[in-house]
Design a protein around this ligand. Structure first.
Ligand code: GTP
Ligand code: MG
Length: 408
């Protein structure tokens, strides 16, 4: 992957849903001004979800997802297709529920989709297509309280407006999920401590560090990047107190010793656990570690399959740290990929990877699946901070979450 490419996990996923033949594939072509999806008047042209990564102005890097129509219930195979379309909702940041304005006798399927989006608290837009074949401009302006946007994927009428509305909706979502932007003000100084050791990639910074610098810049604040041995020098050379120090968890203890108590300190792991998931839930999960009993089953769940190294974090380091921290032995199970094992009845704790290959939306979904089963969940970054005993300090920028940690 080239360095300038946005990884798929950082792209906004826009899913197009609706019955067969309403023009979902045509709508994608109109939105992108390209012929990327196959269109025909045969019902059921699109049979599997199709993911297309692209730059879409003014939205930026996106993944557009074309799906199979959800009204095809004619056979077992067709029903499997419908199920796959529903699964795509979990990967979607914003959904377009598309229908044919000339065919709204029943709104059953669209209503099913709306319910699924509401259940998952995800934004969606109702879009009526094929208005070029309809002559009443005022027809079907709203459905219940939702505005209906009207387009023609053939004449392209209304398409730009829908793009703008998607952009606005996404901006609202994005504001909720800054890396550090909500913790700092313009001209605040933020120090990033990043060890350059053998494990650091050659010639570049890893993605969390790049994203943090970008977010500091976007907040009109100032970032200073240094290695752990330089922090004392940097602090003594500044004539203004920095607002925040962010460090790699590996050197947290040294950095904590060198950072005066009146300067906020946290780790990249904690910031990204918050950015990529639900920090509150993950902190609860970490606390559950101390109530585990000898022999309890722990599920280590990774979002993707990767080549395991001899000191692999999931299979080697985490079991070792947990044994050192608790003095107990556990029964570790492993799973990777998008789903959890069917039988979770024995599992007392889920430890999830950092989710670098998953979007926030996917990670939030996975956390909620586990919480629904009443099983605590923690991720690698938060677990490392916990077993290192640095929660006290690293959660300082998040007083509400710190309160949960200090409860009982
Ligand atoms: N007049 C008109 N025809 C359209 C419009 N959008 C799509 N169509 C036509 O509707 C038919 C179905 O379009 P598709 O884009 O293949 O529909 P789809 O929803 O992807 O269909 P499936 O993949 O089969 O679920 C094609 O013949 C398109 O040319 C539109 O805005 N106006
Ligand atoms: Mg199609």
């Amino acid at each position: 992957m080239s360095m300038n490419k946005t990884p798929r996990s950082n792209r906004t996923h826009i899913g197009i849903f609706g019955k067969r033949n309403v023009g979902k594939s045509s709508f994608i072509n109109a939105l992108t001004n390209q012929n990327i999806s196959l269109v025909s008047d045969f019902k059921g042209t699109t049979t599997d979800p199709v993911f297309k990564s692209m730059e879409l102005l003014p939205l930026g890097p996106v993944v557009l997802i074309d799906t199979a129509g959800i009204d095809d219930l004619g056979s077992e195979l067709a029903e499997m297709r419908v199920q796959r379309t529903y699964d795509v909702i979990n990967k979607t940041d914003i959904g377009i529920i598309l229908f044919d304005i000339n065919d709204i006798n029943e709104f059953k399927y669209e209503y099913e989709l709306i319910k699924e989006f509401k259940k998952r608290r995800k934004p969606y837009l109702l879009v009526a297509n094929k208005i070029d074949l309809h002559n009443d401009e005022d027809y079907f302006k709203t459905y219940k309280t939702d505005k209906v946007y009207k387009v023609s994927s053939v004449s392209k009428k209304g398409i730009e407006e829908v793009k703008d509305v998607i952009g606005n909706a996404l901006q609202v979502e994005e504001e909720k999920f800054r890396v550090v932007g909500d913790l700092i003000k313009p001209l605040d100084i933020v120090i990033l401590v990043t060890p350059i050791d053998k494990a650091a990639p050659k010639g570049r910074l890893i993605l969390p560090q790049q994203q943090t610098i970008r977010d500091v810049l976007e907040s009109d604040a100032i970032s200073i990047v240094c290695k752990e041995h330089e922090l004392r020098d940097v602090l003594s050379k500044l004539n203004t107190k920095p607002k925040l120090v962010i460090t790699d968890s590996q050197v947290f203890l040294k950095v904590a010793a060198d950072t005066p108590k009146d300067i906020m300190l946290t780790s990249f792991s904690i910031l990204f656990a918050r950015n990529k998931g639900d920090l509150e839930e993950l902190v609860r999960g970490a606390k559950a570690i101390d109530s585990l009993k000898n022999g309890d089953t722990i599920l280590v769940s990774e979002g993707c399959t990767h080549h395991r190294q001899s000191d692999d974090i999931g299979t080697v380091k985490i079991p070792r740290w947990l044994r050192q921290h608790t003095g107990k032995d556990f029964n570790f199970k492993y799973s990777s990929g998008y789903t959890f094992p069917k039988d979770m009845s024995e599992v007392k704790l889920v430890i999830h990877c950092g989710a670098c290959m998953l979007t926030k939306t996917e990670m939030m979904h996975r956390i909620s699946e586990v919480v629904k089963m009443d099983i605590p969940i923690v991720n690698y970054g938060v677990l490392i901070s916990y077993v290192q005993g640095i929660f006290e300090r690293a959660l300082e920028p998040f007083p509400l979450i710190k309160m949960i940690y200090e409860e009982d």
